[in-house]
Design a protein around this ligand. Structure first.
Ligand code: SF4
Ligand code: FES
Length: 250
């Protein structure tokens, strides 16, 4: 074993299908390097399991750069693991010590059924987006950049909200499994820009209704969503969503 290699014990949620019971399975991983990402360590585990004729652990990932939002896991009880402002794919093995036990589970919420092992079905988010997460008016060709003045604070705040990658950690961390942070970020990214105001009332009603129809819980201001969000989306967006909703329905 090279000088900086170490071993970890893994307790990983294994579940063969949506209707099957699941359980934590125990594995030992040797030859772990500090600079490895947690997902690379899972890749190595899967190579080992495959060589032993064991079904590899199913998990999602795509960009592995904190951009796409596909990789969410609960690591030692925390959505996206030990670092604030980082997605699961950005967690490095240097965050753990030799001999440590790492518990890895899927994002759990009634609206996100487990498909297999660590993979959950997050299509409920897609349906919320389909309900109103777009601008449908014909905007023609790209306008000259300064033809529609946007106050800088509005532009900055809209861009901050648009940083949401739809990872669903906010739902997994919320004791009510509320999707309010996600939905409010998507509403806020349009609500603060002139291009989004034309459909603002219809959008907020449709998206909030879709969120409720998907069975997500209500927000009770715990703030866990903001604490685990890899893009540090502010819960002030939830306040904006509520104001927009009230303005639309009253
Ligand atoms: S608000 Fe944050 S935690 Fe929730 S889906 Fe968006 S990026 Fe993920
Ligand atoms: S794999 Fe894309 S955000 Fe983690």
């Amino acid at each position: 074993m090279a000088g900086n290699e170490f071993s970890v014990k893994l307790l990983i949620w294994r579940q063969s299908g949506p209707a099957q019971p699941g359980e934590l399975a125990s594995y030992t991983m040797d030859n772990v390097l500090p600079e490895m990402s947690l997902l690379e360590m899972l890749d190595l585990l899967n190579e080992k399991l495959t060589a032993e004729g064991i079904d590899p652990v199913a998990f999602d990932s795509d960009c592995r750069e904190g951009i796409c939002g596909t990789c969410g896991l609960v690591i030692n009880g925390i959505a996206h693991g030990p670092h604030s402002g980082a997605a699961t794919c950005e967690v490095r093995m240097r965050s753990f010590s030799d001999g440590e036990t790492i518990v890895i589970e899927p994002f759990r919420a009634a609206s996100f059924p487990v498909i297999k092992d660590l993979v959950v079905d997050r299509a409920a988010f897609d349906r919320i987006m389909q309900a109103g997460g777009y601008v449908s008016i014909n905007t023609g060709s790209a306008p000259e950049a300064n033809s529609i003045p946007v106050p800088r604070p509005h532009a900055e705040s809209a861009m901050d909200a648009a940083a949401c990658i739809g990872c669903a950690a906010c739902v997994a961390a919320c004791p009510n499994a509320s999707a309010s942070l996600f939905t409010s970020a998507k509403i806020s990214q349009y609500a603060q820009l002139p291009q989004g105001r034309a459909e603002a009332k219809r959008r907020v009603v449709r998206m909030v209704d879709a969120m409720d129809e998907e069975g997500f819980g209500n927000c009770s201001n715990h703030g866990e969503c903001e604490a685990v969000c890899p893009k540090e989306i502010s819960i002030f967006n939830i306040g904006r969503m509520r104001r927009e909703y009230l303005k639309a329905v009253l």
